[in-house]
Design a protein around this ligand. Structure first.
Ligand code: ACO
Length: 325
């Protein structure tokens, strides 16, 4: 059997209609548009309606990706959904999305790696495709973080938003091309010693409640630039590309200062970094596919481009994926 690569056939996204600006938030907690803009770069975020679930956002994003790829849901045999805000504790949100899309073959499951969830899900799907276990996968990042925020904590509630993004992957045998398309490299990392740095203070197995997001912002910030830069450098070293050969960086959208810090450390041209956090806030596992979708719709991606995605989140978890579009 020759080498198989996972090609990204298409991308899709979905955002709830309701927009909450920084000024709107300043009516709920003691904050200002100026503070949020200066410390984070965020100007607004989308907030799901009461009857709009993570699976609804994920299904809409996946549906758009399938339509753009021209792939019939019956030909999909893997659905992986990265989320930390599932509709229910179980079954997996991916199973609900699978049914809503009309996918009946293969497997569907969730992946839980918080803000790194999409990179984790993409890596897992890539491995399923490369080993021949699946042929076509939908990989989704979908979140309704508004439901787990403490809306009285100005240190966290200003940072997050709701949304979903998705890609369709297809296994294609390599024919010895000089510059093969598809996922070229993935790297996943975690370090559970930082379990208490960014977490939700509830859960079915401990408090029997959902809980609220808690974060040591300064520590997260301190680790983010260093860990993200490290995993990007490892990916470049492994694949033999220089940072300036990457066409587009599609990072997890947590904080503009983190993105600027990584760009400075690696000497990356800021124009090559896709930034959506000003409009979406931090949508956790949804942020990378949402940003990828934005770049696609802005015609910033063309076939053959080298695209580097990276993320870091609770756990800590972090990782990177290099793709030739
Ligand atoms: N509005 C106004 N003042 C605020 C707000 C707010 N929304 N939030 C905090 N403050 C105040 C604090 O109370 C504090 O006041 P004090 O000095 O009187 O006590 C002051 O601002 C400084 O607080 P810090 O938490 O030290 O502020 P910092 O400069 O570290 O910025 C922030 C906070 C933006 C959260 C920053 O730590 C950060 O970006 N951390 C990275 C974490 C992150 O982005 N997390 C996202 C999830 S993780 C991920 O996705 C990678």
């Amino acid at each position: 059997m020759g080498t198989i690569r996972s090609i990204i056939r298409s991308v899709g996204a979905h955002l709830p209609k309701r927009i909450m600006t920084n000024d709107d938030i300043s009516k709920i907690v003691d904050t200002t548009d100026q503070w949020i803009t200066e410390r984070t770069g965020i100007k607004q975020r989308h907030i799901a309606a009461d009857d709009e679930l993570t699976s609804d956002l994920g299904t809409a994003a996946a549906h758009q990706a399938l339509v753009r790829a021209g792939i019939d849901p019956v030909d999909i045999d893997l659905v992986v959904c990265a989320t930390s805000t599932p509709d229910r504790t179980f079954p997996a949100t991916a199973v609900k999305i699978q049914a809503e899309l009309g996918v009946t073959k293969g497997a569907a499951f969730d992946v839980q790696a918080v803000c790194s969830g999409f990179v984790y899900a993409l890596t897992i799907a890539d491995n399923f495709l490369k080993t021949g276990q699946s042929k076509r996968a939908v990989v989704i990042g979908a979140e309704t973080f508004s439901r787990i925020l403490d809306w009285e904590d100005r240190g966290t509630c200003v940072l997050f938003g709701d949304g979903a993004g998705a890609v369709v992957l297809e296994a294609q045998p390599q024919k010895g091309e000089a510059n093969p398309r598809g996922i070229l490299s993935t790297r996943l990392r975690s370090d559970g010693r930082f379990y208490d740095m960014l977490y939700v203070d509830g859960g079915p197995g401990s408090t029997k409640t959902v809980g609220h997001l808690r974060m040591n912002g300064r520590e997260v910030f301190r680790h983010a630039v260093q860990k993200i830069s490290g995993v990007i450098e490892e990916t470049l070293l492994e694949t033999g590309f220089a940072a300036n050969e990457i066409s587009l960086f599609v990072p997890h959208q947590a904080n503009k200062r983190i993105l600027d810090g990584v760009a400075r450390k690696l000497g990356v041209d800021p124009n090559k970094i896709v930034v959506t956090l000003d409009r979406h806030g931090n949508t956790s596992a949804a942020s990378i596919p949402l940003a990828l979708n934005q770049a696609f719709e802005d015609h910033r991606i063309k076939e053959g481009d080298l695209i580097l995605m990276e993320a870091m989140g609770g756990g800590f978890t972090w990782g990177a994926a290099l793709v030739r579009w």
